[in-house]
Design a protein around this ligand. Structure first.
Ligand code: C2O
Ligand code: CU
Ligand code: CU
Length: 502
């Protein structure tokens, strides 16, 4: 029986997913390569080799430590190898910024200075990028500014944008996917006075959750691309879902409202998030800030690098109840088969569980009005640019058919102007399109699915297969910045370009 595909990745079956892949290290090199067509019968050898059972929802969620720039004036990171206990029976080799995973959450108030020394202790060049922050070119973390082994880069800038859930990750040329996969990312939260006055749940009622699907071998080690499977260049999918570096964790909650700041830190997988026994929850924010008004949803789609800020209310739960956060699968993202041994886009998978342990007289009210989002108008735009998403000969993912070149400037924009960017996807796969150095608004999309996240400030937007999405962008920061697909294997494989704002 083809176990992997018969599974619905539910709580019961997930227990079987944590074994190593016995077959992996000794994988038969003569094994026929899986075909690139969308064969419904995947190779089940890895699944068949699953032996050990590890129960889901038995490990506590790790809440990252915080570096709060209201309290510290300076921080230090170094990209380095480390070992963490993702599984109880053997340590896993990872990459970290301060020796452990999850990496710390950075918290900064609007107006404060950010100051961090970053040392590269890896064997290759790297650089940290602050995803979603609008900072000077030299502070942004473009791969052209990567530092060599042993060097230290000093980041120093004032945070000048409104509250939101951002993140940081390394961004070396051609190796971003591999480094994030092994651990080099974390949360970056900006707070401001407007948000504080809304009285949203905070402290223990506010949780950052990064969701990442990963693959492990029989020795509990991460493995990234499969050299035998060229489809991994279309995106690396895993069968083990980590939340804050823990597989299928649980978290104890009280019968009140929680603010969950969720980041999709995966390589390629898009999730459609929902709770099993709580029908609706409230979307309050997107990538780069709060929405104007909260929006009640039953599920929410989050593609790679996007963030959703939600409020979930446990008030109707009883002590002892368990609420599971899951993905319902998102087959619309692609009909391509990626690695045939791993759950496809359509897979339903559990993510984590909330254990209700205490009654709580919650007094939080989510205000009906959150912030003002001044709408940019089509008439504000000085021009429209079209960017196409395509795959060219050799299976290379590109923007405008041009593989990325580190120093080539692909677009020149006038500082202080507003433009419409028309993002045209000409392939059978959704792409999360990201721009550095700006935040933007979505004007419209010509596809069938509507995304409530389109209403907020964005820095990453999903463009569905064969869809055209129009965004409107105001350029306030001079310099060279990247724009790219945020499927990590696509950006590493050339689906990236440079923009000069002057
Ligand atoms: Cu998450 Cu080039 O960015
Ligand atoms: Cu970015
Ligand atoms: Cu892509």
């Amino acid at each position: 029986m083809n176990r992997r595909y018969f599974l619905h990745y539910s709580a019961v079956t997930a227990a079987y997913l944590f074994s190593g892949c016995e077959e992996r290290s000794g994988r038969d090199k003569n094994r026929p390569l899986p075909s690139s067509s969308s064969s419904p019968i995947p190779n089940a050898s890895i699944a068949e080799a699953m032996t050990e059972k590890i129960m889901p929802f038995t490990r506590k969620l790790k809440v990252p430590n915080e570096i709060d720039f209201s309290q510290v004036k300076k921080a230090a990171f170094s990209a380095q190898k480390g070992q963490v206990n993702i599984f109880p029976d053997a340590p896993t080799e990872v990459l970290t910024f301060q020796g452990d995973l999850p990496n710390p959450t950075i918290r900064v108030k609007k107006g404060e200075l950010f100051d961090l020394g970053f040392t590269n202790k890896l064997s290759e060049k790297t650089i940290i990028h602050w995803h979603g922050l609008i900072v000077p070119e030299k502070m942004d973390g473009h791969p052209k500014d990567a530092i060599a082994t042993g060097e230290t880069k000093h980041y120093h800038y004032r945070v000048n944008q409104s509250a939101g859930t951002f993140w940081y990750h390394t961004h070396p040329h051609g190796r971003t996917g591999k480094e994030i996969y092994h651990g080099l990312s974390g949360f970056y939260i900006i707070e401001d006075e407007t948000e504080r006055q809304l009285g949203l749940p905070n402290g223990e009622f506010e949780l950052p959750l990064v969701i990442q699907d990963r693959r492990f071998d029989e020795k509990r080690q991460l493995f990234y691309k499969d050299p035998d499977v060229p489809q991994d260049n279309n995106g690396v999918m895993g069968d083990v879902i980590l939340v804050n570096a823990t597989p299928l964790p649980y978290h104890e909650v009280k019968t009140g409202k929680y603010r969950l700041r969720i980041l999709n830190g995966s390589s390629v997988r898009t999730y459609r998030l929902a709770f099993d026994t709580i029908e609706t929850f409230t979307l309050i924010g997107t990538d780069a800030g709060l929405l104007e008004e909260p929006e009640e949803v039953k599920s929410i789609i989050i593609s790679v690098a996007e963030r959703v800020d939600i409020i979930v209310d446990f008030k109707d739960q009883k002590i002892g109840d368990r609420v599971t956060l899951r993905t319902l699968g998102f087959k619309e993202a692609s009909n391509l088969t990626l690695h045939p041994d791993y759950p496809p886009f359509s897979a339903q998978m559990d993510i984590m569980q909330f254990h209700v342990t205490e009654n709580f007289g919650d007094t939080h009210i989510v205000p009906e009005k959150l912030i003002d989002i001044p709408r940019m108008k089509v008439s504000d735009a000085v021009r429209t640019r079209t960017i196409t998403m395509e795959i060219i000969a050799g299976g290379i993912w590109t923007l405008d058919k041009k593989p990325f070149s580190l120093h080539r400037v692909d677009q020149r924009v006038k500082l202080g102007t507003t433009e419409i960017w028309e993002l045209k996807n000409s392939v059978h796969m959704a792409h999360p399109f990201h721009m550095h150095g700006v935040r933007f608004q979505v004007l419209d999309r010509d596809g069938k699915i509507s995304f409530p996240t389109d209403k907020g400030w964005k820095d990453t937007v999903i463009v569905m297969p064969f869809e055209t999405v129009r965004i409107i962008v105001h350029f306030t920061m001079p310099g060279v910045f990247l724009y790219h697909c945020h499927i990590l294997e696509h950006e590493d494989h050339s689906m990236m370009a440079n923009l000069l704002v002057e």
